[in-house]
Ligand binder design. Structure first.
Ligand SMILES: Cc1cc2nc3c(=O)[nH]c(=O)nc-3n(C[C@H](O)[C@H](O)[C@H](O)COP(=O)(O)OP(=O)(O)OC[C@H]3O[C@@H](n4cnc5c(N)ncnc54)[C@H](O)[C@@H]3O)c2cc1C
Length: 557
């Protein structure tokens, strides 16, 4: 045997599983199609947002959270409706995960040296119903170091385990086949890819130089989702989300290719909920791309005016930062919108300065560098948009700026093949919106939402601009942003039990086979159900990778 356990995928889930194994003395072969520069996978690029419930950070900001509230939110978002079948393990994972987030998670993170910013974001504010989708309270805790800070301890453990002779890295090894003998996983076969010294995240060559086979007592599949493979995304695109866009931007590196999911299915592993996915509607083309089609997601505060491709304000709950999939569904199922792949934000300088954040470690250099002074200076006390946002305003192909609305709309029309926006109609809607600001109360749900957000200290200080008229010249200039659909997360995947043991097509555990992270739908084949509360993906990798590593260590003792 080449190792006690083979871990396929050196992203966060694979690294966590590997750590649980090597810290118990097991020998691990860590196999990945990419080079050593890519250790940590997507998590390295992530914003480092972590879903926690009733944390000291929340309490300090006056947020009253509880397991009951979070579990109510999770169920309202997930809407598990395949309980006898595809959701049978997912729902158990969901409950266990919310318990983890409300309990041990924070101290476990701390035990690995992962610490949190004192401010907390309010992601996915929801669909405006108490029993519907969304976070009732802010829960998006950001790790110091963003995603790099979450990944760092686990990379360090793997490197130490390699020095101790417990872990072998197999970079540029692409797995093409699972070896399952007599109902038990016994190894993997695959292709050796030519060396490639491409920097982290840059697509590498697929030149084949040979084959390999590795054997072990158990195999952990931690190979991520399908987000970089737009053909696969379209193949599994559900009818309820209408027609897939003909053009999208890509929110993940090219190695998130989804191949291993089909390979697993071919080997008799049970894949579930493949029609559930999590793509964003606020993607912009990266002016400085790392991977093919690289898009960046705007983490918008609640104030931008959101228009469809034909210039009509989106209906509730399609508001910035509220309900990702309702917005996606609306854009992809409304008859006269289906032929268009974009929508628009219109906002002011004041809004961009206070409310625009960009997802990704490289887009938040102050937090990524753990530079506490810079965070305080630029985000809480500072004037002006953060540097990376300014770069997009200057260089981004999807951004236009103008002093008057008419000139802005003219420039926005210049970004589409034919002019689709009517300046007078856009003006009428924005003037109506602006009239709602005369009182501290309003009939407009978005204005109500802005005022509600500012009652939360964290939003008032660092995230939500004081309510103002979009057409107030003092707040200008005006900014238009063309928004694309951005592929990101795969919510379904390999069905697993609570020990991350993979199930076969017959619903029975396959001996020695585990799945973790995005490949397992972040646990159970779809812990999120239909909708995510955000910050739940990294945590899902940690929790399911940990379960896989712990059980596999016991099994291979
Ligand atoms: C820009 C960005 C921002 C994000 N922000 C957040 C956030 O704030 N909060 C949050 O919770 N989540 C966030 N996410 C999501 C989160 O980072 C990912 O869901 C998570 O890191 C997935 O980890 P993983 O280990 O399951 O898979 P991956 O990181 O995708 O790793 C899989 C690894 O498997 C390898 N592999 C695949 N197939 C094979 C094969 N056949 N043979 C060998 N190797 C293979 C790949 O090369 C890769 O290294 C973000 C993601 C991105 C890209």
């Amino acid at each position: 045997m080449d190792a006690d356990v083979i871990v396929v995928g050196a992203g966060l889930a694979g690294l966590v599983a590997a750590h649980e194994l090597t810290s118990r003395g097991r020998r691990v072969a860590l196999v990945d199609q990419e080079n050593a520069a890519n250790l940590g996978g997507q998590a390295y690029w992530s914003f480092g947002g972590l879903f926690l419930v009733d944390s000291p950070e929340q309490r300090r900001l006056g947020i009253k959270d509880s397991f009951d509230l979070a579990w109510n939110d999770w169920r309202g978002s997930a809407r598990f409706d395949r309980l006898e079948d595809e959701d049978s393990w997912a729902v158990r994972w969901a409950r266990a995960y919310v318990e983890f987030a409300a309990g041990e998670k924070r101290s476990w993170l701390q035990s690995h040296g992962i610490t949190l910013l004192p401010t907390i974001g309010w992601a996915e504010r929801g669909d405006l119903r108490a029993d519907g989708h969304g976070n009732s309270v802010p829960r998006f805790h950001i790790a110091w170091g963003t995603g790099t800070g979450v990944v760092e301890p686990f990379v360090r453990y793997a490197e130490q385990a390699a020095r101790d002779g417990l872990l072998t890295f197999h970079h540029r090894h692409r797995v093409d086949e699972l070896v399952i003998e007599n109902g038990a996983a016994r190894g993997v076969r695959g292709t050796l890819l030519a060396p490639d010294d491409a920097p982290r995240g840059v697509a590498s060559n697929r030149e084949e130089t040979g084959t390999f086979e590795l054997t072990a007592q158990a195999v952990v599949i931690a190979t991520g989702g399908i987000g970089a493979n737009q053909d696969t995304v379209r193949r599994h695109w559900p009818a309820r989300l209408g027609t897939p866009p003909s053009t999208m931007v890509t929110g993940v590196p090219a190695y998130v290719d989804g191949r291993m999911l089909d390979i697993s299915a071919k080997a008799g592993v049970r894949l579930v909920n493949r029609d559930r996915m999590w793509h964003y509607t606020e993607g912009v083309r990266n002016w400085n791309p790392v991977w093919p089609g690289h898009g960046i997601r705007i983490l918008a505060g609640p104030s931008s005016v959101w228009l469809d491709a034909l210039g009509r304000r989106l209906p509730d709950p399609c508001l910035p930062g509220y309900d990702t999939l309702s917005t996606l569904r609306y854009l992809r199922t409304t008859d006269d919108l289906v032929e268009h792949d974009h929508s628009w934000f219109i906002l002011t300088r004041k809004i961009v300065e206070k409310e625009f954040a960009l997802s990704g470690s490289e887009q938040n250099p102050d937090i990524t560098a753990k530079d506490r002074r810079a965070v305080l200076r630029d985000r809480l006390l500072g004037k002006g948009a953060p540097g990376p946002v300014r770069d997009f305003l200057r260089h981004g192909a999807d951004f236009v700026i103008a002093d008057t609305l008419e000139r802005l709309v003219e420039k926005m029309n210049g970004l589409t093949d034919r002019p689709l926006l009517d300046a007078a109609e856009v003006r009428r809607q924005i003037e109506a919106r602006d009239l709602q600001l005369a009182n501290p109360f309003s009939k407009d749900a978005q204005i109500q939402g802005i005022r509600n957000a500012r009652r939360y200290l964290g939003d008032r200080l660092g995230r939500v601009a004081a309510p103002h008229r979009i057409l107030d010249p003092e707040a200008g200039p005006l900014i238009g942003v063309k928004l694309h659909i951005l592929t990101r997360k795969t919510l379904g995947g390999i069905q697993t039990d609570l020990d991350s043991r993979a199930l076969g097509a017959d619903g029975q555990v396959i001996d020695g086979l585990y799945a973790a992270g995005e490949a397992a739908g972040f646990g159970g084949g779809g812990v999120h159900g239909y909708n995510a509360l955000e910050g739940t993906f990294l945590g899902g990798c940690l929790f399911s990778g940990r379960a896989a590593g712990r059980h596999a260590a016991r099994q291979t003792a």
